[in-house]
Structure formats: structure tokens, C-alpha cells
Design a protein around this ligand. Sequence first.
Ligand code: SAH
Ligand code: SF4
Length: 373
Amino acid sequence: MIQREELPVIDKASEKTHEGFVPAFDKEGRIDIKSLNEQEILDLLLKLGQPKFRAKQIFGWINKGVENFEEMRNIPRSLIDELNKKCYISVAAIEKKQVSLYDGTVKYLFRLNDGEYVESVLMKYHHGYSLCISTQVGCKMGCTFCATGRSGFTRSLTPSEMICQIEKAEKDCQIRVSNIVLMGMGEPLDNFYNVVRFIQLVTSDDGLNIGVRHISLSTCGLVPRIYDLAEYNFGLTLSVSLHAPNNTIRSATMPVNKKYPVEELLQACRYYAEKTKRRISFEYAMISKVNDMDECAHELGRKLKGMLCHVNLIPVNNVVETDYRKSNKDRLESFVKILEKYSVTATVRRTLGSDIDASCGQLRGKHIRKGGV
Ligand code: SAH
Ligand code: SF4
């Protein structure tokens, strides 16, 4: 997918209001229409010499989830031909689907327009359905415990490709997704403007209309982008993958820490929590004898004391080619108790879909290793 600097649709004056978002083009030079907002679709249609009402019709069809222009029944043939020449509609085709026998969690492997693959996981909670979506094909960050990180980076996803994951899961399971978790493959803040546009589209009344309070974004800690995100003040939940209380352990498992060390990261988190009045959720994957010792809990407690935050402890998922092992139940309980001494609330996260490798990056990895790609 080509990201062009020169925009045929968006003029210089309006570029500012798009806050850095640049639409994608496919190999044939066609624009990704499903990532555009209503105003941009109107600009495009006016440039094609079409009346205003056509833009509204086309925007409506796009939001209904059509997968090709031929499905737009009230659009004349000549315009459909023109749209096919100038635009493309992103799709996510189900390449594989696994359903957990334990809890009904569904894991999808989606094939995108250019043949790349991403994963999404649909989980059922008492409050509704939550979908964990991918934001990139692979990831540049190289965390040693992460299947996605180990598979390298291919490209970032467009806003439309993130929306497609939701629409496809909803259609396939005949349900409505009420919560979105940006916690699948990829680092969302390394794809900042596409993710911002995605949030704007998915929360809009014309779109899937998902409340921003029902969106969580998980980051490995790209500090400057945490400050940028705070400026948007979306009201979403920010999850930060901390996984270690100090730079020695964190740098050994998360290379990003060498650039943005723990102190800088926690300072950015404090700023985010104060600015948005939203509690930060720290993710902590418990790895036996790596980061699960009592002294780690004390150090973490001292550093998080007083912050508007919560700690989620997750027994690390086994990933092939690593020696990392899950911490046992006693370790998890001891960790929670120590954190409580510092008035830091912590819970052990329930793992869903444990029989279907529901941790993202694993299904794609298997598919590639088997020669499926
Ligand atoms: N890149 C973002 C979001 C995607 S990763 C981030 O790192 O936050 C989603 C979550 O899964 C992160 O908290 C990540 O640290 C965690 N994770 C990755 N591999 C894991 C594993 N093997 N076991 C448990 N959690 C893992
Ligand atoms: Fe990327 Fe997140 Fe995996 Fe780290 S944990 S490699 S940031 S996807």
C-alpha cells in the first residue's frame, strides 16, 4: 500500500483539520475510500463533478459495510465505474476461525486486500462483546515475549482495515460489538494518525457509533505519542504494557525501554491520567523468575503509589522459541498482596480462549510457519 504525500482529495487548508492523517492508495493508485470522513468523500465526489447528495448516499453505503461499489444499488452505473477506477473498498476476509470450547472466544485470521494477514479476538463478557483488533501487520518493537514482535514488521493498517475487522466479526457472529480493544497485533501509537482517524470514524454517529469510553488502547510506551494522545482527550482507556518495575528487566524484554525508560514513561502516564482524569491500566505479564519476584512487586508499588492507575497481572502466554514460563498462582497472589500495601489496586486477569492461542500473533505465526501464506 502506498502512502502518498501529495493528496488529490485533501487540500492544504483542510490538511490541518485532518491532523496528520494521510489516506492510503493501492498499487493501482486508487484511494482508500472507507478511511475518509463525510467531508472528504464530498470533496472527492465534487471533484468527479457529482452532486452533493451522491456523497451522502455513498458515505451511507460505506458505513453499511458494503464490500464493493456494485452493492450501492441507487448509484448509476457510470459513477460505479468511475469509483472503481479512483477508489477501493477495504475488506477483511475470514481466512481462519477458531472457537474456544471453554468459553466461546472466537479468534479470526483475516486476509486483507493486499494478501496480508491480521488477527482479531472476539470475547463475550457479561456486559457484552469485546473485540481485540490489530493495528499493524507485525510490529517493530521486538518485545521478546511476544509472538507478534518476534515475527517482525510488514506495514501499518489503515483506519478502514481496523473497521473491517469489527464489521466482519459482527456479521459472522450476528452480534454487536460494544467494546473495542486496540491490543491485537502491532503498536497502535506507532500508527498514530491512522488510529486517531479510526477512533473518530468508529465513534461517529454515522459509523459504528461505539462510545469512546468503550475503547481501550494498549501501548508499549511510546512516550511522545502518549503526550499527543492526551491532547486529543478522547476519554478512552489507556493501557500501558509495563511488564517490569525497572530499566534492567524492562530493557532486557522490551527494547523500546532503551529509548523511553521507565521513569519517562511513568511521568507521561501521570500526565495522561491528570489531563484526562482517566485511570491508567498497567499490563504486567508475569514471567516466572524474570519479573515475578517479591522485590519486583515492592519496586513497582513504590513507583506507582499515588497514581490514578490499576495493575492487570496476566500469566505470560507461552510463545514458541522462548524459555519464558507462566508464574504460578502463589506468585500472582503474593504480587497482588504486596501491591495492595502500597494502595495500588491489582487484579489477575482472567484468560479467555486459552485453548485457541488467543494471544495475538500466534495464529498468524502458525499460518506462516505451515506455509499457509
Ligand atoms: N503493542 C501494544 C498492543 C499489542 S500487544 C502493547 O504492547 O501494548 C497486547 C498486549 O499483549 C500487551 O500488553 C503485550 O505486552 C501483551 N503480550 C504480548 N505477548 C504476550 C504474552 N506472551 N503473554 C502475555 N501477554 C503478552
Ligand atoms: Fe509489539 Fe506490543 Fe508485541 Fe511489544 S508486545 S512486540 S509492542 S505487539
